[in-house]
Design a protein around this ligand. Structure first.
Ligand code: TYM
Length: 327
């Protein structure tokens, strides 16, 4: 029996190389090894304000990018969260077993709500419950995510264990799967902050669909430091982050990379890095444009994806309802 994998991605902002190396690349690479379900989490997306027309476009864009990144829709199930109503239903039931104190500890909520103050939605506060429902519905063994989602997966484990301790073994307790390199790519403009889809600044992230000239300009402007040496040194976060990106795109070993850039300046390094990124993204971008030429095609894959996963989701939901005494 293959292990069950579940993961998700929000269809908001622009998908960037952090999403790719922290998650998508590993989803595609492990398709033969695991049984996979990947979800485009549109219900999570509306926890902050969205323009409905833009959201619709972004949903198709993310799907196109997942397929362009190598996810095979016959081998893996890819679906849209709002098309399987069991997610919202299980989230509600879990809500009734989650102490508010657990929610208040969630660092992502604290960060996001700081900016929005009292305008922050109840949905954003409740985001981890919906994420727990996503994972638990499919009895996932493994949840491959970047480091920023680790706390949410741990929260999912806690709620599964709490539910099981009240009602007897019902929910499978999942494990996070976090890559050794690339689990936390930092912003190009500010290497103390995680590269993020919601950060509006133009030179913050390299997006998967950026043109070669945009990529060159963003990397050219990336924050470094006033030193010269090109070395993997975590105490120099700007240059370290750029070297990690170079490592991820080339697959070269760290000592070889350092040797390669010995005696060279930051400008040379950035120029070479930009070309490596441009060439690395080129095949993905051209596959993306082919796949999304007909948007109806992606919509039909969503319908197929939802019908593949719905029976499992409904089975878990039924089991949970019975345990709780509903219906
Ligand atoms: P999202 O859409 O923010 O990100 C998708 C995936 O990309 C990873 N990631 C990063 N990895 C490395 N460096 C970065 N700078 C970086 N930024 C993002 C994320 O860790 C994630 O794996 N809450 C989730 C979506 C979700 C989900 C789920 C995930 C909803 N339900 C159930 C797993 C299981 C999110 O907002 O991801």
């Amino acid at each position: 029996m293959k292990k069950q994998v579940f993961s998700g991605i929000q269809p908001t902002g622009n998908i960037h190389i952090g999403n790719y190396f922290g998650a998508m690349k590993h989803w595609a690479a492990s398709q033969a090894e695991f049984s996979n379900i990947f979800c485009i989490v549109d219900l999570h997306a509306i926890t902050v304000p969205q323009d409905p027309q833009v959201l619709k476009v972004k949903i198709r864009e993310v799907a196109g990018l997942l397929f362009a990144a190598g996810i095979n829709w016959q081998e893996s199930a890819v679906f849209l969260q709002s098309q399987v109503s069991a997610h919202a239903e299980l989230a509600w039931i879990l809500n009734c077993f989650i102490p508010t104190g657990w929610m208040k500890r969630m660092t992502q909520f604290k960060e996001k709500s700081e900016k929005m103050k009292d305008e922050v939605s109840v949905g954003l506060f409740d985001y981890p419950a919906l994420m727990a429902a996503d994972i638990l519905l499919y009895e996932a063994d493994l949840v491959p995510v970047g480091e920023d989602q680790k706390q949410h997966v741990e929260f999912t484990r806690d709620i599964a264990q709490r539910f099981n301790s009240i009602y007897g073994k019902t929910l499978k307790v999942p494990e996070p799967l976090i890559p050794k390199v690339g689990a936390r790519i930092m912003g190009l403009d500010d290497p103390s902050k995680k590269m993020s889809k919601s950060e509006g600044k133009s030179a913050h992230a390299v997006n998967l669909l950026d043109s070669p000239d945009i990529i060159r300009s963003k990397i050219g402007r990336a924050t470094t430091d006033s030193l010269r040496e090109i070395r993997f040194d975590k105490n120099r976060p700007g240059i370290y982050n750029l070297l990690v990106i170079y490592e991820l795109f080339t697959g070269l070993a760290r000592p070889d990379i350092e040797r390669h850039f010995q005696g060279k300046g930051y400008a040379d390094f950035k120029r070479e890095l930009a070309e490596v990124v441009v060439e690395g993204l080129r095949p993905l971008q051209s596959r993306y444009h082919e796949l999304t030429a007909d948007p109806k095609y992606i919509d039909s894959l969503f319908i197929e994806g939802a019908s593949k996963v719905r029976p499992t989701a409904e089975r878990t939901l039924k089991k949970v309802k019975e345990r709780v005494g509903l219906g």
